[in-house]
Each structure stands twice: as structure tokens, then as C-alpha cells.
Design a protein around this ligand. Structure first.
Ligand code: AMP
Length: 282
């Protein structure tokens, strides 16, 4: 495994491999790797000849009051885990390699970027799409892997790939959870012991929604009951949203869900923002 910081160096190496007809699986990450990231690398390992990951904490996807500076970073540990997962190349660029001094070009997936998390994190998906498209152009992968944990992100990247005619297969990997069902996240490390215990309320609210949907309740009623459940936990500082949406285009579901739908939520446990979702069959 090699760690590369320069775009042209990575491109030289990958071009050689592509000329030999090798397929490339790419997993973009912000590092501080956990088994959720590793499961995407394993998928990429199974389906491609070469696995490339990026570790880049992307400044343009953080709001001014968000945790860009304190986002956890540990390259030593990440390198070891990536190597064990069979990664061939880690692309780990410094900021200035990705964003030149006069960077002015951004990618918006209109509409999808202003609902759910986008409503509470203005500019977030613009930053995500911009960096992901740049990374796609740098790596030119055959396939790229994203976790369903960030479900809205996955839908948005798929839409960007379709709208901009990218010749890359976008593949979603299942959510990896702790034993008590909390979805793994680099941000879980911010939680205090008590907050961590109570963070399971998020998954519980999704399962509650699933039960209510199976009972035939309307989407609006389900959302209300799930929000009430979340707010009854004193460690939940705020519920940003709890939404029942179409799983492919993220349109709001009205009335009683008749197909498979997405239940997705974002909450604050203390000062930590957590997201999670499940797909619910009626
Ligand atoms: P991040 O480093 O948080 O930007 O995440 C990098 C990739 O890993 C994204 O595609 C995430 O959706 C995915 N990911 C993060 N947490 C999980 C998880 N618990 N299960 C599956 N994929 C995940």
C-alpha cells in the first residue's frame, strides 16, 4: 500500500494500471476509519482489481460554526486499517492540492441539497458534490462506494453522476452498527458516556416508525410520534428532522406509505449531531 499526496503522482500510477485493463474501486472518506468505512473498502476489494481510498477532511462541506477544526484525524491508525483492508493507494492530499487559491467552481444538485440535512447545513452538499466530482476526475474510478448511513448523500451523488454523464458506477454499502444498533460514525467519539448510552434513542425512533408504518399509520402521524419519542429523552437537545420520504428521489411521503419508504432522522445528542435511517417495508 502506498500513501500519495500529489494529484499527478496518483494519476501516473493509476494510468499505468488502467492501461493494463485493471478496474479501480474508489472509497472517498474523511478518515478516522471505522468498520463502516472498512466495509466499503471490502466491497471495493471484492469487485475491483485495485482499491483507492481518499482521506481528506473537506473544508467546503463544513459550515462556519461546524467541527472542521476539531474533526478527528489519525493517519497512523488509518494507514494500518486501510492496509489490513487490502487498500492499494491512499490519496491524502493537503488542502492546497485540492483547492487552489482562486477556486470558484462548485457543483449543486438543486432541490435535493436543501431538504433534510441540507436544510440545517446550508452549503454542505455543495461542498460534498464539489469535492467528490474533483476526486472522481482525479481518480477516474470504475466504481465508487458510499455508505447508506449518509443516505441523502448517496442519492445526491447518484443524481450528480446521472445528470453529468459520469461513467462511474455509484454503489451503496449497508450501514454498519454497534452491538446496540448505534450507526458507526467518526463523530461518535464526541459523545460522553451518558450521551453514548442514550444515543440508541435514534435507532429506536426509526424502529418505532417502522412499527407504526406496518400498523398502517400515515407518514405525518409517524413523523410526529417519532419526534415525540425522541424529545422524551433528556439527552436529545434538538431534533433537526424526522422524515418519511420516497427512497429513490427523497420526495415527502403523504398519507399512508404504500411502498418501501425511507425513514431518516438527524438529532443532536448534547453537542453531537447524529444521523441515521432505515428502509421500511409496509
Ligand atoms: P466519512 O468519512 O464520514 O465522510 O464517510 C466516508 C464514507 O463512509 C461515506 O460514504 C459514509 O456514508 C460511509 N460511512 C460512514 N459511516 C458508515 C457506517 N456506519 N456504515 C456504512 N458506511 C458508513
Amino acid at each position: 500500500m502506498e500513501t500519495i499526496e500529489k494529484i499527478n503522482q496518483l494519476q501516473k500510477k493509476l494510468q499505468k494500471l488502467k492501461n493494463q485493463g485493471k478496474t479501480i474501486g474508489f472509497v472517498p472518506t474523511m478518515g478516522y476509519l471505522h468498520p463502516g468505512h472498512l466495509s466499503l473498502m471490502e466491497l471495493a476489494r471484492e469487485e475491483n482489481d485495485i482499491v483507492v481510498i481518499s482521506i481528506f477532511v473537506n473544508p467546503t462541506q463544513f459550515g462556519p460554526s461546524e467541527d472542521y477544526k476539531k474533526y478527528p484525524r489519525d493517519m497512523g491508525r488509518d494507514s494500518k486499517l486501510a492496509k489490513e483492508a487490502g487498500v492499494n493507494y491512499i490519496f491524502h492530499p493537503p488542502n492546497e492540492e485540492i483547492y487552489g487559491k482562486d477556486h470558484r467552481t462548485y457543483v449543486n444538485v438543486e432541490g435535493l441539497d436543501s431538504i433534510m440535512c441540507g436544510k440545517f447545513r446550508p452549503g454542505h452538499f455543495r461542498g460534498v458534490c464539489t469535492v467528490v466530482l474533483k476526486l472522481f476526475n482525479i481518480v477516474s474510478p470504475t466504481r465508487a462506494y458510499f455508505g447508506k448511513k449518509d443516505y441523502q448523500q448517496l442519492v445526491i451523488i447518484k443524481k450528480m453522476a446521472k445528470d453529468l454523464n459520469l461513467d462511474i458506477d455509484i454503489i451503496g454499502g449497508n450501514i454498519v452498527r454497534e452491538k446496540d444498533n448505534l450507526a458507526l460514525s467518526s463523530r461518535n467519539k464526541y459523545l460522553s458516556t451518558e450521551e453514548r448510552k442514550n444515543a440508541t434513542v435514534l435507532y429506536e425512533s426509526l424502529k418505532l416508525a417502522e412499527n407504526l408504518i406496518k400498523e398502517g399509520k400515515t407518514a405525518g402521524r409517524v413523523e410526529k410520534e417519532a419526534i415525540t419519542y425522541l424529545n422524551s429523552n433528556k439527552y436529545v437537545k434538538k431534533v433537526d428532522y424526522f422524515d418519511i420520504r420516497e427512497k429513490d428521489n427523497l420526495k415527502k411521503v403523504r398519507g399512508i406509505p404504500s411502498r418501501e419508504v425511507l425513514a431518516a432522522a438527524a438529532i443532536w445528542v448534547g453537542n453531537t449531531r447524529l444521523i441515521d435511517n432505515i428502509i421500511v417495508k409496509r
